[in-house]
Write a protein that binds this ligand. Structure first.
Ligand SMILES: NC(=O)c1ccc[n+]([C@@H]2O[C@H](COP(=O)([O-])OP(=O)(O)OC[C@H]3O[C@@H](n4cnc5c(N)ncnc54)[C@H](O)[C@@H]3O)[C@@H](O)[C@H]2O)c1
Length: 321
């Protein structure tokens, strides 16, 4: 894929997945504009590109539609990643995901529709839209979609808005429902929490839930490759792809991998009961694995299994914390 001469914008480009996407876009020759309010992002992830002049960085909130319009001139695609990804917050705070994920996506779409021609929108949705799916691996056409978290609900709402904007205004949309995406620069999630806890206390690890939660993990560079491939190959006005590895791994195994990689011995695991059915928190989907045959059919293949993605990530988090 050659992106020489193409200008693209990444919202949330200073975040975990966003900064890897920016690395790849630069490798492919694109002119990259990054918009990020740095609420969770880290400018050091993309600093090298900003200094070299390959990335133009704007510290901006995507809820500011007028400001966004000001940086969209000549942009052919908006990779919309900025969001609040913390599922756990939803039970206490019923506003944050509605504002940061749903209304913020509307703001991005409003800015996009004001441009002539309108850039494509490439959107990072989530497996959380499926809720507790009864079919596993879960395919893209699984229904009904009943998310069990405000995070999942806000992302499903954002997908729906992308569909309606696509229909009204001829905007092309490609939606990705990611499994758990992990890798270098990760700053949240179960691997990060385990390493942090074990650095504080290397004898006891408290696990939220019963440890049997089992999910699919996908390496961040695999996620980025999938997004670019589908943007290039999908021929539909609006399309949706699951992105997940071929297998899954449970939380007890993740704990063992982290302990091994930290070189610890005799760590005892304790379990904090949060819900009757052993979830890590309310809104946590306990079993998640996505059917990935659709994205595979256009030429994508994950390079990492769930466990190897977790292991590589653990190594990085251990060295960075
Ligand atoms: N990491 C995963 O496992 C995973 C799984 C499924 C979906 N996703 C989605 O992928 C995207 C990226 O996730 P991530 O893990 O890299 O998270 P992240 O928190 O590292 O990145 C999000 C970025 O968006 C920025 N941001 C947040 N709100 C903003 C706003 N209002 N205006 C401007 N910038 C804002 C943050 O500063 C941060 O840099 C998110 O949309 C997330 O929901 C992530």
């Amino acid at each position: 894929m050659n992106l020489e001469g193409k200008k693209v914008l990444v919202t949330g480009g200073a975040g975990f997945i966003g900064s890897h996407l920016v690395d790849r876009l630069i490798e492919l020759g694109a002119d990259v504009v990054v918009v990020d309010n740095l609420s969770a992002g880290n400018l050091s992830f993309i600093e090298e590109h900003v200094k070299s002049g390959r990335v133009s960085f704007h510290k901006m909130d995507i809820l500011d539609t007028e400001a966004l319009k000001g940086v969209l001139t000549g942009v052919e695609a908006v990779f919309h990643l900025a969001a609040n990804p913390e599922v756990r917050l939803g039970e206490q705070d019923t506003w944050v995901h509605v504002e940061q994920n749903l209304l913020a996506t509307r703001s991005v779409l409003e800015a996009i529709r004001s441009m002539e021609p309108s850039p494509d929108i490439i959107f990072t949705s989530t497996s959380a839209v499926y809720g507790d799916a009864e079919v596993i691996p879960t395919p893209e056409d699984y229904a009904p979609l009943f998310p069990i978290s405000h995070y999942g609900a806000s992302k499903l709402g954002a997908e729906a808005l992308i569909s309606s904007y696509s229909h009204y205004y001829g905007i092309r949309g490609v939606i990705f429902r990611f499994a758990n995406c992990v890798g270098p620069r990760l700053t949240h999630g179960v691997i990060y929490d385990f390493v942090r806890k074990l650095k504080d206390n290397s004898r006891v690890l408290e696990i939220l839930g019963d440890g049997t939660q089992r999910k699919s993990y996908v390496y961040v560079r695999d996620c980025v490759d999938a997004m670019l491939l589908a943007w290039e190959r999908s021929k539909r006005a609006i399309d949706v792809f699951n992105i997940g590895s071929d297998d899954w791994v449970d939380v007890n195994t993740i704990a063992k991998v982290v302990v091994e990689e930290m070189g610890l011995k005799d760590v005892s695991f304790t379990y904090k009961k949060v819900t009757e059915d052993g979830r890590g928190w309310k809104g946590d989907v306990k079993f998640m694995r996505l059917a990935n045959n659709k994205i595979k059919s256009i030429g994508w293949k994950p390079k990492y299994s769930s466990e190897s993605a977790v292991r590589e990530t653990a190594k990085y988090v251990i060295s960075s914390l």
